[in-house]
Design a protein. Structure first.
Length: 148
């Protein structure tokens, strides 16, 4: 049996000019408004929208122009507006990683978001993919923040 070395999670924190409830709902309910589908989706130009079902057992999936649904992950825990944890499978359950997004009330109508993307050991190419996501999350979270 091969023992995989621990691969450090990707951790990103951003400060937001929005109350925690609004920040959480924008991340989940409004993902279709800020997620860059043309670059970060399974269907690329064929992707029409993305849905985030913010409840335990809910799904995250993209919908193609044809109506076909393509699964990105499943909600493991949802404690709105404080935290949501979901698998990140992108139609490959054998390579699933996990994402936790924490929201913190910073007072005076401000909040912060910390994203932790972990379990890279589940992928044989985990080190490589961690590098892609470490850079990719900066752009994706930048779009989220600027659209809030």
């Amino acid at each position: 049996m091969t023992v995989m070395e621990k691969i450090e999670p990707v951790v990103k924190t951003i400060n937001l000019n929005a109350p925690i409830e609004k920040a959480f709902r924008h991340f989940t309910d409004n993902i279709h408004l800020w997620w860059p589908l043309a670059e970060h989706s399974l269907s690329k130009q064929e992707a029409k929208t993305v849905i985030f079902e913010a409840r335990e057992g809910g799904r995250i999936y993209e919908v193609e122009q044809s109506g076909k649904k393509r699964e990105w992950g499943r909600i493991i825990e949802c404690d709105a507006p404080n935290r949501v944890v979901f698998s990140w499978v992108l139609e490959a359950p054998e390579k699933a990683t996990e994402i936790e997004v924490r929201f913190k009330d910073d007072g005076a109508g401000k909040s912060s978001l910390t994203l932790i993307h972990r379990n890279w050991e589940n992928r044989s190419d985990g080190v490589e993919w961690r590098g892609y996501y470490n850079e990719g999350w900066d752009g994706v979270l930048g779009l989220y923040e600027s659209s809030l």
